[in-house]
Design a protein around this ligand. Sequence first.
Ligand code: ACO
Length: 433
Amino acid sequence: MPENTLTITDNRTGQVYTVPIEDGTIRAMSLRQIKTDAEDFGLMTYDPAFMNTASCRSSITYIDGDKGILRYRGYPIEVLAERCTFLEVAFLLMFGELPTQTDLKSWVNDITHHTMLHESTKKFMEGFRYDSHPMAMFVSTVAALSSIYPEARQVHDVNNRMLQIKRLIGKVPSIAASAYRHNMGFPYVYPDNDLSYTENFMNMLWKMVEPKYVANPTLARALDILFILHADHEQNCGTNAMRSVASAQTDPYLATASAASALAGPLHGGANEEVLKMLDEIGSKENVPAYIKKVKEGHGRLMGFGHRVYKNYDPRAKIIKWTAEQVFEVTGRNPKLDIALELERIALEDEYFVKRKLYPNVDFYSGIMYQAMGFPPEMFTVLFAIPRTAGWLSQWQELINDPEQKITRPRQVYTGYNQREFVPMERRTAILV
Ligand code: ACO
């Protein structure tokens, strides 16, 4: 019997099957041969929420959740955050290697020259209600780019695909900044091509009447580090949405809008906004024990705590905590930090959280830092979506180039009625009243 195999005995029939094991997985399709009779469809796996199902082979991001390890293309996140710029990391995610000086220059140049929004996109954004949530504006405007660049539908054309990738990475900060200015009631600011990716983003957010906006270098670097930390995170909810939608050969604007929609949820990227609401609700350090008690009694969750994959400290949270300290030296300390530190201290000692391996995740400290920099909580998830766009698009490229991938289409376990006899109106029972 070959060593890398699994032997299965079907106790319903007594039949024995041998299926190959590859990379610690068995193919779900290997189970289809397991049938009780010729009419039987064959065995399936049932895995709501994909708790134990690999949906693709990927060489982009590696996570060891038990050890708290995160690597992009083999490089530890800590090293990338310390030594690289965000666009350098975006290149790494996309092409698999760190760029040379010449590659980086050309990549940065191309992305910089795609930061401008078409005037009709600007008009589209002006149509949003004055108080629209920036994440709703972001998602809708990214989707609307599909109407400006119809050639993006040619997803199998390599050059065309790269053009859309550069456009998207270039334009997402412009869309995000316009959403922010829209809420503030200020005119949108055109990009400044002399500036770096993050400085230009800050320029589009905060330039008022000065002829040239000069970003604080500590804050610009902090934002760049946060962008690096958020750039990719393997098959999370948003990335799975990206891959699932793009598997239908949908264009990258619509697929990215779907991924961003998933990210907007409070259990995913929307958690950073919820953390700030929670800290507001707690109000002061003294109220922390009572709040934790409430959570343990089943009233709500500690936002910014817990992760499907990390069952140890989220390595990104550690770097964010350090970066936040640099930011506070410029902006002054966010008073919410004391509440957060107390919450973390008590939760990390509490049996409820220890037993369930609930640690602070990426969203726990990012919001406190963003708020100190001047962002309203509604912008936090948008700040997550900007760099994650580079990750989504890298995953999209990988999907398109993977000959094993087809349109995503899970199976179901049907639990409804078998065929029923039609019920005429006069014999039906009311359900709504
Ligand atoms: N506060 C209190 N209890 C929690 C929390 C939390 N934040 N997270 C999980 N638990 C408890 C659950 O109630 C459950 O307890 P039980 O076994 O007694 O029923 C147990 O821990 C396991 O929780 P699950 O929901 O099964 O864990 P799952 O892996 O499905 O969820 C998730 C992961 C969604 C991140 C969850 O921890 C959560 O809701 N956290 C708060 C929201 C958040 O911070 N999301 C951001 C995640 S990072 C990101 O997406 C960018």
